[in-house]
Design a protein around this ligand. Structure first.
Ligand SMILES: [Zn+2]
Length: 277
């Protein structure tokens, strides 16, 4: 794909700094990365690129154009950086310098991005991901992006009401499964035994933890969620129950006293029929 997409890029590559020119390239890349990584189709392009460890195609094209120009003219502009290398610098040296400038620009864009924030929490430093040479399996990708069999994903696509863990009653997302949920205690113990170190960014442990554990950790809980939600009925609209939706509440299983009534992200409060009897 890249040789075709970058044909004569030194002539037109600079135009990829313009959104209208960049969008078709990034869109084509998104389709490819979705298939390669096994990501859900709802995964945003920025998260997908980080999961796969490749910069946006529009940026890669600009980098290629700059390094071809630099090799020929001895200097080139890339993402606001004027690059000058000593006369006689090789193709490999220009490639390395262009990649470094691209990584810095991609890092700035990743920090300013509003999408893919679950992935950002796991991977705020792109260099860590780029240096990691591991295959991104569907399980790793879904966990890393938060687009998988989680309650929060089911709410996103309209297949669940509340986005709550069936066991704990708090938002079900990768972080909850990773650090708190008792349902995944075995996975947590096995991953720690394999070398998972939660004092560092999760990116670094994508390869440390065997894929079989990621598969179990990202399992689809749709049926359990449906069972739980079948026991829940809408109680009232959200404003009167705001005391239950404290964003600073600890991410731990609720006590029986707090379990029956809970405000949810979609603005509906629920009562657990079993608990209220
Ligand atoms: Zn849980």
């Amino acid at each position: 794909m890249l040789p075709v997409a970058t044909y004569a890029a030194e002539v037109w590559g600079h135009r990829c700094a313009v959104t209208r020119a960049a969008r078709p390239l990034d869109s084509a890349q998104r389709a490819c990365l979705t298939g390669i990584t096994g990501a859900y189709s709802t995964t945003s392009a920025p998260a997908l690129q980080v999961a796969a460890g490749v910069p946006p195609l529009s940026m890669a094209v600009q980098a290629l154009a700059a390094r071809r120009i630099g090799l020929e003219q001895g200097e080139a502009d890339l993402f606001g950086t004027h690059i000058v290398l000593p006369p006689g610098s090789t193709k490999a040296e220009w490639k390395a310098r262009a990649e470094q400038v691209t990584l810095e620009a991609w890092q700035r864009a990743w920090e300013a991005e509003s999408r893919g924030r679950t992935t950002f929490d796991f991977c705020p430093i792109l260099e860590e991901r780029v240096r990691l040479k591991i295959p991104m399996t569907p399980a790793r990708t879904q966990f890393f992006t938060g687009h998988g069999g989680f309650d929060c994903q089911l709410v996103r696509i309209g297949k669940a009401l509340a986005g709550l863990c069936p066991d704990c009653g708090v938002e079900d997302n990768p972080q909850h499964r990773l650090d708190n949920c008792p349902h995944f205690a075995n996975e947590r113990a096995e991953a720690q035994q394999a070398g998972l170190d939660r004092s560092r960014h999760l990116t670094l442990d994508l390869g440390t933890v065997p894929d079989a554990i990621w598969v179990r950790w990202s399992k689809d809980r749709t049926e359990e969620i449906k069972d739980m939600e079948a026991r829940l009925v809408p109680l009232e609209t959200s404003s009167s129950s705001s005391e239950d939706s404290d964003p600073d509440a600890p991410d731990s299983p609720p006590t029986p006293a707090t379990r029956p009534r809970r405000a949810c992200a979609n603005g509906i409060a629920y009562v657990d029929i079993d608990s209220s009897l």
